[in-house]
Ligand binder design. Structure first.
Ligand code: ZN
Length: 161
């Protein structure tokens, strides 16, 4: 086992499946995902497992909902009067950005529409789900000082300024 003292920039390919074994996403065939270790760019359960991996390593990592996109929080599901929405014609399945209250935009999804009200759900679409990632490490390198200061990876697959 290799112990990494300095944060790395890791790029990896992954296939994401839900508990039923259905494939939700895959990066194979396109660009790998790149992240800076310790920066919270990927879900905690996945990062914890990738910490132990080196270039070329493949691993199947199962992450419980709590360590992935969290459990479903009831208070994130709210009913709002239609006249308070920016647009009138909303349908179940519509997604839009809402102010999360801390200055951050948050994606919410419409889950129910009545004559007068709309129910919106601010939970991540993958909240409440145990997820399985089949990962393959594409490359790793030491993070630059600039990346450590910015808190994200730079370059292809990462942040562009
Ligand atoms: Zn930056």
């Amino acid at each position: 086992m290799v112990v990494n003292l300095n944060p790395r920039v890791v790029s990896f390919h992954y296939t994401l499946k839900n508990a039923a074994g259905e494939q939700l996403e895959s990066s194979f065939g396109s660009d790998p995902l790149m992240f800076l270790e310790g920066s919270g760019q990927i879900i905690p359960g996945l990062e914890e497992a990738i910490k132990m991996l080196s270039v070329g390593d493949k691993k199947v990592i199962t992450v419980k909902a709590a360590e992935a996109y969290g459990e479903i929080e009831e208070e994130m599901i709210v009913e709002v009067p239609k006249d308070r929405l920016p647009k009138k014609d909303v349908e179940v399945g519509d997604r839009f950005h809402a102010d999360a209250g801390d200055g951050h935009a948050q994606v919410v999804q419409v889950t129910m529409v009545t004559e007068t009200h709309v129910t919106i759900d601010g939970n991540h679409p993958l909240a409440g789900q145990d997820l399985t990632f089949e990962v393959q490490i594409d490359s790793t390198r030491e993070a630059t000082q600039e990346e450590l200061q910015h808190g994200h990876a730079h370059g292809p697959g990462g942040h562009n300024h």
